[in-house]
Design a protein around this ligand. Structure first.
Ligand SMILES: [Zn+2]
Ligand SMILES: [Zn+2]
Length: 100
């Protein structure tokens, strides 16, 4: 099965937000959840389909921040770049949660 088009709009299955695909991100900018459909971002090579929960924010100002996500279904973890369209309140809440 091959998908050539990986720039797609989708509805977030966590919060119901309508997400306009950019081709660079596949997570919801509102809640930062995504779906486990990629092994590498955009490849659609995973057949898990579980929801990936944002569990931590990582990174530095030089390289930019990443959100670490963990699949609820299979436990797969990956890091996703945060873009400037992502909800800063959600990002800050995650940092707070991680630092206590
Ligand atoms: Zn969402
Ligand atoms: Zn999974």
């Amino acid at each position: 099965m091959t998908f050539v088009r990986n720039k797609e709009d989708f509805t977030c299955e966590h919060c119901g937000n309508s997400v306009i695909g950019t081709g660079y991100t596949n997570h919801c900018p509102k809640c930062l959840w995504s779906k486990h459909v990629d092994i590498d971002p955009g490849d659609r090579a995973a057949d898990c389909g579980g929801m990936m929960e944002p569990i931590a924010i990582e990174g530095s100002t030089g390289k930019g921040y990443m959100v670490r996500q963990k699949c609820e279904r299979c436990g797969f973890e990956r890091r996703n770049g945060i873009s400037d369209t992502d909800d800063i309140e959600t990002v800050l809440a995650l940092i707070k949660k991680a630092t206590g």
